[in-house]
Design a protein around this ligand. Structure first.
Ligand code: GMT
Length: 372
């Protein structure tokens, strides 16, 4: 198949899933064309069957905002037409589903019928898509897509509750590549970060309000009072400054490291003892799955699709939003006893295997094939 993938090229979960999916499809022999404004963050080296088409919105003094959607639609038309693509898969409904609708109709006039599949990732439905400035376009363009997938049961149900959707939404979960995410021996690195054998707690995100990184820090403070530990905060985003101030105010700077955006997340997870994801909204929680694949137990909220990934009392614990006391107690329980910790670690790996890319990729291939 010749597949066009449209996504955000940044470190956000939807871009990561789109890129990893494309790369895996290319390895299976499909030809994959990424269409976006920048090289996707995880598209780091040359790979056979992979192409990247950069979208450039022309600047002009009249434009306060260069019209990216128009440039993207034109690029989609161009690539589909000249590369003879079989299918377009757009990730994150805003604005990609609407732009795909426009491209599809332009191509129809040229006698080309291209199926469009939209994958809903989360905030495009639960947060951003609810804003009046986007809502009608999101609803319309989802209904105009030939196929619609969601990354969890919860997100599929929420989409049907929040919009009038006349399409069946197929659930295809986020996935994990065990060639990359697995437990590895990084003891030298661990010694550098935790020289006295402290426990290592990790959080990765884009530091947006929805991720509630404050709660990670508050939980960590309570854990550290009982168990010597270090916190690694991976990622960057709008809350970073405020979080640094919170660390200073709580006197935690010696035990908390801000590592910024990292490509090799798996190397950090490989030395982690616990992962915390206290989000107020999370359609799936790819970051939690990445941790679990590296045998790291997860303390999360019981929100959105997280309970489909993190099994309460088995792979970690599900706690109420904002209940940092409960999060800390559960974390201390897991970290206090080696045998308990080992039981959780093993369960994490077993649960992560349900989402092995080898199991999820054929679901996408089958879904694509049903539109051709
Ligand atoms: O806010 C983020 O976490 C980024 C966001 C995105 O769309 O880029 O991630 C969403 O998609 C991921 C991949 O499908 C999911 O694993 C995340 O749970 C989801 N984030 C939210 O729902 C907040």
């Amino acid at each position: 198949m010749k597949i066009g993938i449209v996504c955000y090229p940044t470190y956000g979960g939807s871009g990561v899933v789109a890129t990893e999916l494309g790369l895996a499809m290319a390895k299976e022999g499909h030809q994959v064309h990424f269409i976006t404004y920048k090289r996707p963050a995880r598209l780091i080296s040359f790979q056979d069957n992979v192409y990247f088409h950069e979208v450039n919105a022309m600047d002009y003094p009249l434009f306060e905002y260069p019209p990216y959607e128009t440039a993207l639609a034109s690029k989609m038309v161009d690539v589909v037409n000249y590369e003879k693509l079989d299918l377009l898969h757009v990730h994150y409904a805003i604005p990609h589903a609407a732009v795909a609708y426009m491209a599809k109709n332009i191509l129809k006039q040229k006698g080309i019928d291209i199926p469009v599949i939209t994958t809903l990732h989360g905030t495009d439905i639960t947060l951003v898509g609810q804003d009046a400035s986007f809502y009608p376009v999101v609803e319309f363009s989802i209904n105009q897509s030939d196929g619609v997938t969601a990354v969890s049961e919860h997100l599929a149900i929420e989409t049907l509750e929040k919009f009038k959707i006349n399409k069946e939404i197929k659930v295809i979960y986020n996935f994990i590549d065990f060639n990359r995410f697995k437990k590895t021996d990084k003891n030298h690195f661990k010694k550098a970060i935790a020289p006295n054998g402290e426990k290592i707690i990790v959080h990765t995100s884009n530091f947006r309000k929805v991720k509630r990184v404050d709660d990670v820090i508050k939980t960590f403070e309570m854990i550290r009072n009982k168990i010597p530990s270090k916190l690694l905060l991976v990622g960057d985003g709008p809350e970073r400054r405020h979080l640094e101030e919170l660390c200073r105010a709580l006197g935690l700077c010696d035990d908390i490291r801000f590592l910024g955006k990292q490509d090799a997340i798996e190397e950090i997870l490989a030395l982690a003892d616990l992962f915390i994801i206290p989000s107020e909204n999370e359609s799936f929680g790819l970051a939690a799955l990445e941790a679990m694949a590296c045998e790291v137990p997860v303390i999360s909220t019981d929100i959105g699709g997280l309970p489909e990934v993190n099994i309460d009392g088995v792979t970690g614990y599900l706690c109420a939003l904002g209940d940092t006391k409960d999060m800390a107690e559960k974390a201390i329980y897991i970290l206090s006893d080696e045998k308990v910790h080992d039981r959780f670690k093993l369960a994490c790996k077993e649960q992560a295997e349900r989402f092995d890319i080898k199991k999820i990729l054929p679901q996408y291939e089958e879904y694509y094939a049903s539109f051709l």
